[in-house]
Write a new protein. Structure first.
Length: 64
């Protein structure tokens, strides 16, 4: 959520706090809330993650 607005933007903190309040309100009402996020990563970061992911897919124990 910290990237909802660029840091240094004067409305960043207010917007972030209001968004957190909405999410808290929804959860108190028993509503399910889905948040999506995105991160641009380098090919190197992806390759490193993918090696670990493929190993996790193929293991039968300690899948955590």
């Amino acid at each position: 959520m910290e990237k909802l607005l660029m840091k240094g933007d004067s409305t960043h903190e207010k917007f972030l706090e209001q968004t957190k309040e909405y999410i808290d309100d929804f959860s108190r009402e028993g509503l399910r809330t889905l948040m999506l996020t995105k991160k641009d990563i380098s090919q190197r970061e992806y390759d490193t993650w993918n090696v670990e992911y493929q190993q996790a897919l193929s293991t039968m124990v300690d899948r955590d």
